[in-house]
Design a protein around this ligand. Structure first.
Ligand code: SF4
Length: 316
């Protein structure tokens, strides 16, 4: 297994199991998480700590980047068989992928997202009456924004939990239908209010382009969009099915054009410094989807095609 993995370059956290042993391996860059837990005499390997909570297991530690752990009846043996690489943990795990109830790379995901919201409130204040998250992933950042700004936090948009994540839904028609059945605005919260709408990140912008008019229809006087991450300009090639560059709004359009596309009254993104405000080790993170600085060379990157932002009829 080690000989095979020596030939693999990129992101993986994997587990192999047979009747006698369980082997866990994490790539030398450490893109994706992998944790060790304990439940009485049993050893658990999981990609997120929330899985340990589910079975009331105890968190022991992260499997280190480049580490292979072999679990048998006699215990856990650890190997570091690969050439060391600079650590490049995925910073987008903090922004969106991981669950907020997980502990990741030594920090609580919920705390990091809330911190992003606090910094966002300082960097991009808004003259508004209420802070509303795009649920669920925008909730911790919106709480942070509300606490820092002193504005009330309200659930002005309710999410149905019977549909999946629109961000990773591959077919456009399903995605669009999904937005309509996924969110419903709360008129009692929004009516005649100036709203700060907080989202964790902005990828295609198609969800917000539908959600913001919904808020206005429910009575919102103004909608100020705040994004708790910098503009997402590049695709991920390390295990996450993100859209191609052609579909990433920020890869082709200015912040002002994006504001017009999603129909917000104003828009503000978290700064680069804000994204890393939770750590002084930013060099140990991958942020290629914001910068295009890929830690492992991408050999066959599809050519980006600029898609038209506005239909002629709606271009202003
Ligand atoms: S490109 Fe973005 S999503 Fe992919 S591993 Fe790097 S930071 Fe994470």
């Amino acid at each position: 297994m080690i000989e095979a993995l020596e030939q693999v370059r990129g992101a993986y956290s994997m587990l192999v199991l047979d009747d006698h042993e369980m082997i866990g391996a994490r790539d030398p860059f450490g893109f994706r998480p992998l944790v060790l837990g304990k439940l009485r005499d049993s050893v658990i390997l999981a990609s997120e700590t929330c899985a340990l909570d589910l079975v009331r297991a105890e968190y022991v530690r992260e499997v280190e980047p480049g580490e292979v752990v072999v679990v048998t009846q006699t215990g856990v043996r650890s190997f570091m068989p690969f050439a060391p690489m600079p650590h490049k943990r995925c910073v987008f795990e903090y922004v969106y992928f991981s669950r907020p109830d997980s502990r990741l790379f030594g920090r609580n995901v919920y705390d990091v997202r809330k911190q992003h919201g606090r910094v966002l409130a300082r960097e991009c204040p808004a003259d508004a009456d209420v802070v509303v998250p795009v649920p669920d992933s925008g909730v911790p950042a919106a709480i942070g924004y509300a606490q820092e700004s002193g504005l009330p936090f309200e659930m002005g948009l309710i999410r149905s939990h019977y549909v999946g994540r629109t961000f990773i839904e591959p077919q456009e028609a399903i995605r669009h239908f999904g937005v309509r059945i996924k969110f419903n605005p709360v008129t009692a919260v929004l009516n005649n209010r100036r709203v700060v709408l907080v989202e964790d990140s902005l990828v295609r912008g198609t969800t917000l382009r539908k959600v913001i008019p919904m808020l206005r229809q429910a009575g919102a006087r103004e909608v100020h969009m705040r994004i708790a991450a910098p503009p997402t300009r590049y695709s991920c090639f390390y295990g996450i099915d993100t859209p191609t560059r052609s579909e990433l709004l920020a890869s082709h359009y200015s912040v002002e054009e994006i504001r017009r596309f999603i129909t917000a009254d104003s828009i503000g993104y978290l700064s680069w410094e804000g994204l890393y405000s939770f750590t002084d080790k930013r060099e140990s993170f991958c942020d290629a989807c914001f910068t295009g600085d890929y830690p492992v060379k991408v050999s066959q990157q599809p050519k980006a095609r600029q898609l038209p932002l506005f239909e002629p009829a709606v271009r202003r």
